[in-house]
Every structure is written in structure tokens, then in C-alpha cells.
Design a protein around this ligand. Structure first.
Ligand code: SAM
Length: 249
């Protein structure tokens, strides 16, 4: 899968993709991350990418011209398998379901905004969608792009080594139910400062372990993310929902 990132800070991405799963995916040729400097599509001496907002007001707005030219050069043909995404605090919230859908694309182009944001014509006439990574305002789209690339790249077939391993993570259909949290994990030592790993995980009985993990995933989801569960699952978790569907401490 090819990821394109359009940014005025290309050096920002030297860090995020130089480690772990994403780096291995790049090295193996499963994922290709191409960083593009938006200023390469400016035509003035100062390589200007921003201008004052029409109507007045604070800050600067990213001009549409360089962004349109860049996207049209990087992706000259628009196809359904190529997705153009504008990172924006105002976009639809990014979640695992969205990551799954994006991982089915062959190419993803992420546009990173800065300043007060991007001329609205980019959202209206160029991007396929606006994505937000959370209901807060970042200084720029670069961190958001890194989050999206990381979450999507690990879903590309072959990246996690074991094709099924992403399926057992939080928010995926874990086999215990749709969108629950992963079960908690323990490792050696079995006794750490007097806190013992659950005995059942040490006894080697796979069916017992499967049942235990399923119960623990349900309990943890009910405690920390009751919004992910149906009333029936909440009732089965042993946790007591309040009138608001939340769990009492
Ligand atoms: N004036 C904008 C607003 O209030 O919605 C915020 C602009 S922000 C300072 C600059 C850029 O950061 C945005 O154009 C966008 O690309 C990026 N950004 C900020 N928050 C984001 C978020 N939660 N998710 C994705 N991108 C974000």
C-alpha cells in the first residue's frame, strides 16, 4: 500500500516511521510512505503556502493552489482505490472501522493542514473526506497523519506477520464480540512484587484460557469502555450500569 503525505514539514516524519512495525513493513516493501513537501508546488521566491483569510480575522489560511497542484501531480488519475484525505479537527472521527476501510485502499494521500486551517475548497472539491483523530485542536495535521498511517499500515496484509493478529486487538471483532477491548495480558515473572499472574494462564488448558480471556475482555470493556457494549453484554459482564449506561466506580 502506498501512503503519500503532503506537508510543509517533511522532516517531521523522519521519526515516526523509523521504528517497529511500520519500519519493518517499509523495509519489506509492503508499505511505501512517500513524503511530499508542499512548498515544491509554489511558484514565488518565498515558497508561500498561506495567505490572509477573506473577511478578516486571526491567523493565516493555507492557499488552495499549491495543494490542488500537488495532489493532481501525485495522483493524476482519481480512482476509487486512491483516497484523498484532509486531516482536520472538523472531520469525522478516526476509529478502527475507518482504519479497516482505509487499509483496503491501494493508495492514500493525506493532506496536513497548518495555521488556521486550509481553504475550504480543498475539503469541498479535492479531498474525498476530512478525518479528525480526536475532538481537540492540534497545531498541524502531521501528528494526525502519522497516527492514521500507523493504524492503517499495521492492517495491511502481511505487516503483522500473522494475518490474524490484528483481528484479536481492541476494537476489532475479537471472536468475543464486535469492537470490544483486547483481553489483559501478563508475562514473566509469574509473581512480581507479590502480584501474581492469573494461575489459569499458567496451566496450559487452552479452552480454560480462551474462556478466561473472553471474560476478562468483557469485564475490562465494561469497566473502561461501556459505550462499546450492548446492554445484554453489559449485564453479562457483572458490572452494574447506571442510568447513563456508565459503570459505577
Ligand atoms: N482553525 C481550525 C479549527 O478550529 O478547527 C484548527 C486548525 S489547526 C491549528 C491546523 C491544522 O491542524 C488543521 O488544518 C488540521 O490539518 C490539523 N489538525 C488539528 N487538529 C486536528 C485533529 N484533531 N485531527 C486531525 N487534524 C487536525
Amino acid at each position: 500500500m502506498i501512503f503519500h503525505i503532503l506537508t510543509i514539514f517533511p522532516d517531521f516524519f523522519q521519526g515516526p516511521f523509523a521504528h517497529g512495525v511500520v519500519k519493518r513493513a517499509c523495509d519489506a516493501g509492503l508499505v511505501d510512505i512517500r513524503i511530499h513537501n508542499l512548498r515544491d508546488w509554489t511558484h514565488d521566491r518565498h515558497k508561500t503556502v498561506d495567505d490572509r483569510p477573506f473577511g478578516g480575522g486571526q491567523g493565516m489560511v493555507m492557499k488552495p493552489g499549491p495543494i490542488f497542484q500537488a495532489v493532481e501531480t501525485i495522483c493524476p488519475e482519481r480512482t476509487p482505490a486512491r483516497r484523498i484525505v484532509l486531516l482536520s479537527a472538523q472531520g469525522r472521527l478516526f476509529d478502527q472501522a475507518k482504519a479497516n476501510r482505509l487499509a483496503a485502499q491501494s493508495e492514500l494521500l493525506l493532506i496536513c493542514g497548518r495555521y488556521e486551517g486550509v481553504d475550504e475548497r480543498v475539503a469541498e472539491h479535492l479531498a474525498d473526506e476530512e478525518i479528525s483523530i480526536g475532538s481537540y485542536v492540534l497545531s498541524g495535521g502531521e501528528l494526525a497523519a502519522a497516527v492514521v498511517v500507523d493504524a492503517v499500515a499495521r492492517l495491511v496484509p502481511g505487516v503483522l506477520g500473522n494475518e490474524t493478529s490484528a483481528a484479536f486487538e481492541s476494537f476489532q471483532d475479537t471472536g468475543h464480540g464486535e469492537g470490544m477491548l483486547d483481553c489483559p495480558h501478563w508475562t514473566r515473572p509469574a509473581d512480581f512484587r507479590g502480584w501474581k499472574a492469573p494461575e489459569i494462564l499458567l496451566n496450559g488448558n487452552h479452552e480454560d484460557i480462551r474462556q478466561f480471556r473472553k471474560r476478562k475482555a468483557l469485564e475490562k470493556t465494561a469497566r473502561l469502555r461501556p459505550d462499546l457494549l450492548s446492554d445484554r453484554e453489559l449485564a453479562g459482564s457483572g458490572e452494574v450500569p447506571t442510568a447513563h449506561g456508565k459503570i459505577e466506580d
